[in-house]
Structure formats: C-alpha cells, structure tokens
Design a protein around this ligand. Structure first.
Ligand code: 13P
Ligand code: SF4
Length: 319
C-alpha cells in the first residue's frame, strides 16, 4: 500500500506540473478511477468523457480507456496534448472496421446517412455523418428516422440490431462485435435470475439480442450505474464489463451485485467479462507516460478536421 500511495503521489505531482487532467472510463481499474476523481477529473461513459475533455481548460488531457476515446479527445481538442497510459489499448469494434473497407461499404449505399458508434477510428468517423455513443444512439437514430432517412450503421451489429428494433429505422449493419459483451449467455442469466428472483437485470446494448431481451434496463455504463442507484431492487444481475462494479459498489453499497454469466452455459466466470484493452491502463504506465512524454495521441489534422463534424453533431444533439 505504501508503494501504491507513493506512485499515486508522484503521478499527482507530475499532473500538477504539466497542467494535466485525467478522464477515465468505468471499465478501468478502481485505483485509476479513484485517481481521476481525486485530481478533479472525471470517470464516466464515452459520451461524458468526450464532453468533459472538450470543456476542460487543462493543457494536457490524459485518457484512461481505449484508443478511440483518446482520439475523440484529440479531435475535439487538436491544440492540446492528449496522453494515454498505453497506446496499444484497442477495441475489437474499432479493429473490425478498417477505414478503407468501411468507405467502400458506404460507397455501395450512397443514399444512406452514415451513423458510426464512438468505438471506431478517427478515419472512420471522418467518413461518417454522425457519431453516437451507446447512451444516445436510440434518440439520434429515432430523430433521423423521423426525418425519413435510411441509415448505415457501424460497427457493432448487436447495438445496431437493438437500435433498429427500438426505432424501426431502415438500417444496414456492419458486422462487428465486442469481445466482452458478445459472450454473455442468456441461459446462464435465466438460471441466476431463478436463484435471485428479486434481481433486476441490467444489460449493455453491445450484448446479443437474446441477452438484451432479458433486460429490465438496457443502457450505457452511466445509465446502468444510475439504475443501480435508483431502482428499488435489493439485487442486480449486471451484463457488462466487471470494471463497472467499482462505481456501482460505491453508489449502492447495500445492494447485492451479481456478474452476469459469461463464457459457458450456466457458468459464472470471474474474469472473462473484462476488456483486455481497458485492463492495460496501469498506474505505472501512466507515470511512465507523464515522465517520458511518450504515448501521445496524434490524429492527422485533415482527418480530425473531417471527423470533428460527426462528433460535434452528437454533442449538439445531446445538448
Ligand atoms: P459506454 O459509452 O456505455 O461507456 O460504452 C463504451 C464501451 O466501450 C462499452 O464496451
Ligand atoms: Fe471495445 Fe468491448 Fe472493450 Fe468496450 S469492452 S472497449 S466495446 S472491446
């Protein structure tokens, strides 16, 4: 513990010297989330991370999360330095959607509005009309549908399927998936619910349709945390990355929080519902990044200048 405290103190000192603010996602380690709060930064879902980074006056924004989150911060703040603890923190959705293949896909459907999930590269966002996060995908697509628009959706096929069913919009879907959420098992969740009939089932919409169908609440990480705080249920079955339990325990210490089974039928798997890339955000790597100045995010200026429109549209829509 003394070593961890010393490490945290060094990071805080470096952050102060470099006028840096830390924005962390709920799937990162609890100590990284705590550090963000202790240093006046924020812990949140992808939408709030983008908003917070955009509003911050700090010269350096540290993004503890995955690469697309760092790129979004850079696109919104091209004049600022954006650092990440580890630049190899990818996302299976982003990796599933190479920009050149995506551009060819869009070219095959020239009559459709292009909506991409935040979990994509800067180059894919540059090809899009809109970027959305999980917390706002349904209202944005509903708005587009109401205006008579047909849609290309990429890259998450499960989130796309959920949005399509919820809004009834005409959508062509890219076939990507999240390596964490696609493994949640409906059978296992039903068995756990039978043992805890009073539990509410909370599901992130990157999960397969049969898992989403069991949910009492479907939402972004922030929305699922709010549900734990606000619903009267004494227990919850949670189908998203286990990093989220850190904040859920803090906001609802008296509630029973259960991991949704992931991996095998009926099996509760302690570590498989954890994103391998979010797990790369170590405090020691953050200290290294601040000490060496390595791990800076760069987005080519012409790509950023195009991508910023799709992001700003969402931020303006969100209000
Ligand atoms: P949220 O925007 O809900 O935090 O989701 C980001 C993510 O990567 C989920 O896997
Ligand atoms: Fe990407 Fe899934 Fe990891 Fe989120 S949890 S960053 S969607 S791989």
């Amino acid at each position: 513990p003394d070593q961890r405290d010393a490490l945290k103190a060094r990071i805080k000192q470096l952050m102060k010297e470099q006028d840096a603010v830390l924005v962390a996602h709920y799937y990162t380690a609890g100590e990284m989330q705590d550090l963000a709060i202790e240093t006046g930064g924020c812990v949140s879902d992808s939408l709030e991370m983008a908003r917070f980074g955009h509003a911050s006056k700090a010269k350096t924004i540290i993004v503890a999360g995955v690469r697309f989150m760092g790129e979004t911060a850079k696109i919104l703040n091209p004049e600022k330095r954006v650092l990440m603890p580890d630049l190899h923190a990818e996302c299976s959705l982003d990796l599933s959607c190479p920009a050149d293949e995506f551009a060819a896909f869009c070219d095959r459907h020239p009559d459709r509005t292009v909506v991409v999930y935040a979990n994509t590269s800067a180059a894919v966002k540059a090809r899009a009309d809109w970027m959305v996060t999980s917390s706002i995908a349904v209202p944005v697509v509903q708005h587009l549908k109401d205006q008579g628009e047909k849609i290309i959706w990429a890259p998450d096929r499960y989130l796309g399927d959920y949005v399509q069913k919820t809004t009834g919009a005409d959508m062509v879907l890219w076939q990507g998936s999240c390596v964490v959420h696609e493994k949640f098992k409906a059978d296992g969740i039903r068995e756990l619910k039978a043992q805890h009939p009073e539990a509410a089932i909370l599901v992130h919409p990157e999960s397969p349709a049969e898992v989403v169908a069991l949910a009492d609440v479907v939402g972004s990480t922030t929305q699922l945390i709010k549900a734990v705080q606000q619903l009267p249920n004494p227990s919850f079955i949670v189908a998203t990355d286990i990093g989220i339990f850190h904040k859920m325990r803090e906001v609802a210490p008296n509630k029973l929080l259960l991991e949704a089974p992931s991996g095998g039928r009926g099996a509760t798997c302690i570590s498989c519902a954890h994103c391998p890339w979010m797990a790369m955000n170590w405090l020691s790597r953050l200290e290294q990044a601040l000490t060496t100045g390595h791990n800076e995010i760069h987005v080519p200026a012409e790509v950023g200048a195009r991508a910023v429109h799709s992001i700003n549209r969402m931020l303006e829509f969100a209000g």
